[in-house]
Design a protein around this ligand. Structure first.
Ligand code: SF4
Ligand code: SF4
Length: 435
């Protein structure tokens, strides 16, 4: 669901709740109050090669459809064009875009044919594969279901890939972010030799464009993604500002290779399935994701400086547009430039923020099922869980970042996720329609 398109009904429901109950205080102080153990020095992925920074190559390959052979050949050719040497015997983490529980025809997630082709390329060189992501607006099991509905799980299993919702991983605390500091990301980034970024080309109501830089935000598990939004919603120009946290996460994840699925992109609206699939016929590859985004912006008719995350990446010298070496070309396929978010003030802004917060689930411990094993205490990176007086774990919600790792780690099923009333309504509807 695209939260940026909060509907009138949602607003009404929210307004009623707003009057009946005090809004949940989702603490803007949480992140800054967390414990300090700088881990930002040991950055993941492959170190960027000098050429990928000085004169980054971006390969553009035409690919007419998702026929597996066409996709495989186009990606092989693109990797050849940028002279990317596929390693062997390494641990590779593939990070597709699993927006939600979408199907491939909705063009909201990376197409499984692209994931399959990349798996094949790395598998044939004797690498071991993991495919990981965390879907947006997580509800219990959301990422796992997204792996299946998108077909990405099946694609990966053909090549023995481990399917990994990032909610089921440990987290690492990073303190090197420019604005998102500290920041918690999946430990999986640090456990692999190479991170391969597999974004989907989409327009995005908040970020304006979703590509290589934006896709790595999924390395933040569960509702922490939304909690990080709440940290900056009071910025004078939140939409322009949002590029900074996105680039903080991208710089932390440092993918060594980006391969974009722009064969059929998402136009008119996004990032969720409310947009329109748009045949664009392109596969792009680069060791420099920021450079790839600059080139793709050109193909869809966007000024890269209009996209906050791309502009921020340029400001941080992650790419110098004039030095990009573009190999291949594609016809211009102009995508819709979505109108900017309406800036709300006063009560409307409070209501808006309240509706947003309704979608962020919080973990709850059920002592009747708890064995006091302590696993959740150990798994909680921000140390928000501690043993209470009677030995049962207790959550300090002021420190909880809503990553939901405790829910994944509790084998007894003693932890469940609860959202606000709007969230309950959405979950109820989803249950009825079987999604
Ligand atoms: S992991 Fe589950 S069973 Fe173990 S202490 Fe935590 S809530 Fe209880
Ligand atoms: S209590 Fe659970 S959801 Fe909250 S930070 Fe700890 S592991 Fe994450």
């Amino acid at each position: 669901m695209a939260i940026q398109r909060r509907s009138f009904i949602q607003a009404l429901v929210s307004a009623a709740l707003f009057i009946l109950a005090a809004p949940a205080t989702l603490m803007r102080k949480v992140v800054s109050a967390a414990q300090s153990d700088d881990a930002g020095k040991n950055l993941p992925g492959q170190p960027r090669s000098r050429s990928s920074m000085d004169r980054p190559g971006v390969a553009i390959e035409m690919c007419p459809d998702y026929d597996p052979i066409h996709v495989y050949r186009a990606i092989c050719k693109a990797l050849e064009s940028i002279q990317f040497a596929v390693p062997s015997g390494k641990k590779i983490l593939l990070k597709p875009n699993i927006m939600a529980q979408n199907t491939p025809d909705q063009a909201a997630s990376t197409h499984p044919a692209v994931v399959e082709a990349v798996c094949r390329i790395f598998f044939e060189k004797g690498n071991t594969l993991t495919i990981g992501d965390s879907s947006a607006f997580y509800q219990g099991g959301g990422t796992r279901r997204g792996f299946e509905t998108t077909g990405i799980g099946d694609a990966g299993r053909k090549y023995n890939a481990r399917i990994l919702p990032f909610e089921a991983t440990r987290l690492r605390k990073i303190t090197s972010g420019h604005v998102l500091n500290p920041l918690y990301v999946t430990e999986a980034l640090f456990e692999h030799d190479l991170v391969v970024n597999l974004p989907k080309l989409k327009v995005h109501r908040l970020a304006r464009y979703s590509g290589a830089l934006k896709n790595m935000f999924g390395c933040v598990p569960g509702g922490a993604k939304q909690l990080y939004h709440t940290l900056f919603q009071e910025q004078p120009d939140y939409q322009e500002f949002w590029g900074k946290p996105l680039v903080d996460v991208y710089e932390t994840a440092r993918p060594g290779l980006t391969i974009m699925d722009a064969i059929i992109g998402l136009d008119k609206d996004g990032p969720a399935a409310n947009g329109e699939p748009r045949a664009t016929g392109v596969v792009a590859a680069s060791e420099n994701g920021a450079a790839l985004d600059v080139v793709i912006c050109g193909i869809i008719g966007f000024d890269p400086y209009w996209v906050p995350a791309v502009r921020e990446a340029i400001a941080r010298n992650l790419v110098i547009p004039s030095r990009i070496n573009t190999i291949g070309s594609a016809p211009l396929v102009p995508y819709a430039k979505l109108s900017d978010l309406v800036k709300k003030k006063g009560l409307f802004k409070k209501l808006d923020n309240h509706v947003f917060e309704q979608f962020i689930m919080e973990p709850r411990i059920h002592t009747s099922a708890c064995s006091k094993c302590g696993v959740c205490i150990e798994a909680c990176a921000p140390q928000a869980i501690a043993a209470g007086q009677n030995g049962f774990p207790r959550i300090d919600y002021r420190s909880c970042i809503r990553c939901y790792c405790c829910e994944e780690y509790c084998a007894a099923g003693a932890i469940s996720l609860h959202g606000g009333a709007t969230n309950h309504i959405v979950r109820g509807v989803r249950r009825i329609i079987g999604l």
